[in-house]
Design a protein around this ligand. Structure first.
Ligand code: IMP
Length: 193
C-alpha cells in the first residue's frame, strides 16, 4: 500500500478521505509522521497556501503529500474574505465575529452572490497537481440553522432555500466545494495506482 500524507490534523477531514479512498492508499496525518511544525500559510491565494503546505511536507519529510485550503469569495467584495476567511475579523479565529463582519460589510448591498472554493495541491512523484471544487450561492441577511461551521449559517447554495447550517451533514457533503475537490483528487489517485 502506498503512503501519502494529508497535511492536516483535522480528524474529520482525515476520516472522510480515508473512508472514500479505501484500502489502496495509506493516508497519514501530520502527527502520524511526527510533523508538529507550524507550517507557514503566508501566500495570498488559496492555491499558494495549499502548495506551500504540500511542498513543506514533501521536501522536509520525503512523503508524497496533499494539502487543502478553502475560502469564501464574495463577488461584490472583490472575492474577499477568500484566503483570509478563517481570520477575517482578526486573531484568534472566531466564526461568529467573522459572520458579523461579513454581514456589516454587505449591509445595504443587493448583490450578495458568493461562492466557497477549495483548492487541493498534490505532490506525487515530484509532480504538482491541483484540484478545485466550488459551490455558488448567496449570503443571506441573518443567520439560520445550527449545523456546520464557519460561514454555514449565512450561506445558501444556488438552487436551495436552506443555508448549509440548516442541512444534514450528508446533504452538505454531497454538494460542497470540499466534496467536489476531494472527489477529483480521489478519481486521480485511483487512476494513478
Ligand atoms: P480551511 O482551509 O478548510 O481551514 O478553511 C478556512 C476557513 O474557511 C474556515 O476557517 C472557515 O471560516 C471557512 N470555511 C471553510 N470551509 C467552510 C465550509 O464548508 N462552511 C463554512 N465555512 C467554511
Amino acid at each position: 500500500m502506498k503512503n501519502i500524507v494529508f497535511a492536516t490534523n483535522n480528524s474529520h477531514k482525515l476520516q472522510e478521505i480515508r473512508s472514500i479512498v479505501g484500502g489502496r492508499y495509506n493516508i497519514l496525518s501530520l502527527s502520524d509522521i511526527d510533523c508538529h511544525d507550524e507550517i507557514p500559510e503566508t501566500a495570498d491565494t488559496l492555491e499558494g497556501n495549499a502548495i506551500l503546505k504540500a511542498r513543506w511536507v514533501s521536501e522536509k519529510y520525503g512523503y508524497d503529500c496533499f494539502a487543502d485550503d478553502t475560502g469564501l469569495e464574495v463577488y461584490i467584495l472583490g472575492n474577499r474574505p477568500g484566503v483570509y476567511s478563517a481570520r477575517y475579523a482578526g486573531e484568534p479565529c472566531d466564526s461568529e465575529k467573522n459572520i458579523d463582519k461579513l454581514l456589516s460589510e454587505l449591509d445595504g448591498l443587493n448583490d450578495r452572490r458568493a461562492r466557497f472554493r477549495t483548492v487541493i495541491a498534490l505532490i506525487s512523484n515530484n509532480e504538482l497537481k491541483e484540484f478545485e471544487g466550488k459551490i455558488e450561492g448567496a449570503i443571506i441577511k441573518e443567520r439560520r440553522g445550527n449545523g456546520g461551521f464557519g460561514y454555514d449559517k449565512v450561506f445558501v447554495p444556488e438552487g436551495y432555500d436552506r443555508t448549509f447550517a440548516e442541512m444534514e451533514s450528508f446533504e452538505k457533503n454531497s454538494i460542497s466545494h470540499r466534496a467536489k475537490a476531494t472527489q477529483l483528487l480521489i478519481d486521480y489517485l485511483n487512476k494513478e495506482l
